[in-house]
Design a binder for this molecule. Structure first.
Ligand code: ATP
Ligand code: MG
Length: 463
């Protein structure tokens, strides 16, 4: 995609948040310079929503901190002072010149150089190396960033290879920003991605994860993952997904597993990151389980292998446990096969297994999976019926978990003279099975009588 014409009127004072103007004025009054820098200038010129408003100045961090009453000095060693305004943090960073990069991760030393140009040319991409003085209404663009915005090109500042050697995270930032903005990677920058891909292995997994999450949410995420595959970044960041490339499927699918996965990701709702992750991971088990069957292929149990691989990949990338749990659950259950002849109790058992809190995500994943096969254009009609029957079942408020039973563990202990222990949980689970079969049994007398009966049978078995 070509870029849009960068629109400087979007940087007019009336378009900027009041705190940005206040902070700039205060920095200038104190005798310093004040520029809006980085993503805020880029996104304003493109007419895109701005994530964070960062300012740069020649004043030293201590001076900046003394100017404003409410600051957080977490980044002060790196020259950054966070100024809070109406609950929003604004970063004010002293012009920096990054020192030698010995470990391809963090600069060893940072000099506060005092010049804006030096601060800009240490930045990663030309479109990020822009600064704007809102008081003087002046754009500073030492690397041709505005022209690249117009061309829709993502280009490293200076020699791409050197920039990627200095900091391997830039490899992923390149792919992520191109995906977010719908930009092309400039040819030298692309070549350097291939050459420097091994550098990604030296980057902390948390930083990789943060970029990867932004990439997953981008509208062009699928093409970004293709670029990652071509450049060798994918087999370093997510080898499980790279292994899906070229794994042929059956005649129900137009694509191999990798391209099906990308199509499913594309079809998943952009605002639901965990569903998008589940779409990306749902078929990771296919390469391992593939079996050749008379002109077709079978992938028995791939959802369970996929669950294992998704879990280990997410743990490696340091995803929070709760997110790992939700995604693995979706991968585990993505193969459900509803049939119209299912009884109501089969529906209740499905709900018990999946959990009503995961239904929306699971159906969104199924829709993405279906749309991603490249042949079908709509969701199967029986799924709509399945949804309707599920809604009905939920409306009826029948018991789906042991917590929904009208007796609890204390009732059981009292009625049967039991002491606390695993036996209570087992008894409640057995009662739930009876209630899932016939909800009218969820009634105190029936449940206690049944519990006694089960207890007697168990005692006889044991004798
Ligand atoms: P986003 O819209 O996600 O915030 P961004 O480009 O603003 O994207 P930030 O991480 O907020 O990204 O960084 C702010 C600015 O700092 C960037 O625009 C860029 O100029 C610079 N920058 C960030 N990370 C790097 C890096 N690894 N190497 C060089 N410059 C960087
Ligand atoms: Mg930013």
């Amino acid at each position: 995609m070509a870029g849009a014409v960068p629109d400087r009127s979007r940087l007019a004072r009336s378009c900027l948040p009041a705190p940005v103007l206040d902070l700039s004025a205060a920095l200038k009054e104190a005798g310093g310079q004040a520029y809006l820098v980085g993503g805020a200038v880029r996104d304003s010129l493109l007419g895109r929503p701005v994530n964070d408003w960062d300012l740069a100045t020649d004043l030293l961090p201590e001076t900046v901190a003394a100017l404003f009453p409410r600051t957080v000095q977490i980044g002060i060693r790196f020259g950054t002072v966070l100024v809070m305004r109406d609950g929003t943090p604004y970063e004010v960073t002293t012009f920096r010149l990054d020192g030698v990069y010995s470990d391809a991760r963090r600069p060893d030393s940072i000099a506060f150089t005092g010049t804006l140009e030096e601060d800009l040319i240490r930045r990663d991409f030309t479109i990020n190396a822009l600064a704007y003085d809102p008081v003087e209404n002046r754009l500073v663009d030492p690397t041709g960033g505005e022209a690249d915005l117009a061309l829709g090109l993502l280009r490293a500042v200076g020699r791409a290879e050197e920039r990627f050697q200095e900091d391997g995270l830039r490899l992923l930032r390149a792919v992520r920003l191109a995906a977010q903005l719908g930009f092309e990677l400039e040819a030298d920058t692309y070549r350097a991605l291939v050459l420097c891909a091994p550098n990604l292995e030296r980057i902390a997994q948390e930083r990789v994860r943060a970029e990867f999450d932004k990439l997953i949410e981008a509208p062009q995420a699928a093409s970004a993952l293709s670029v990652m595959l071509e450049t060798g970044l994918l087999r370093r960041a997510l080898p499980e997904l790279a292994a899906c490339y070229g794994v042929a499927q059956n005649p129900h699918h137009a694509f191999d597993v990798f391209h099906h996965t990308l199509a499913a990701l594309d079809a998943a709702p952009p605002e639901r990151r965990l569903v998008r992750l589940a779409a990306l991971f749902h078929d990771l088990g296919k390469p391992e389980t593939r079996e050749e069957r008379a002109e077709t292929a079978a992938f028995y149990g791939h959802q369970f292998v996929g669950e294992r691989l998704a879990t280990s990949a997410m743990r490696r990338l340091r995803y929070p446990n709760e997110e790992v749990a939700r995604v693995r659950h979706l991968v585990h259950h993505h193969m459900f096969h509803y049939r119209p002849e299912w009884t109501d109790s089969a529906i209740r058992r499905f709900l018990r297994e999946v959990g009503t809190e995961h239904l929306e995500d699971l159906f969104a994943l199924r829709a993405a999976d279906t749309m991603g096969n490249g042949l079908r254009k709509r969701i199967a009609p029986e799924l709509t019926e399945f949804r309707r029957r599920i809604e009905l079942e939920i409306e009826r408020q029948n018991a789906l978990t042991v917590r929904d039973l009208c007796i609890d563990g204390y009732d059981l202990m009292e009625a049967l003279g039991l002491v606390p222990g695993p036996i209570i949980g087992r008894a409640l689970s057995a009662l739930l099975e009876d209630v899932l079969d016939d909800p009218s049994r969820n009634e105190r007398e029936w449940l206690l009588a049944r519990a006694r009966e089960l207890r007697r049978a168990e005692a006889n078995d044991g004798a």
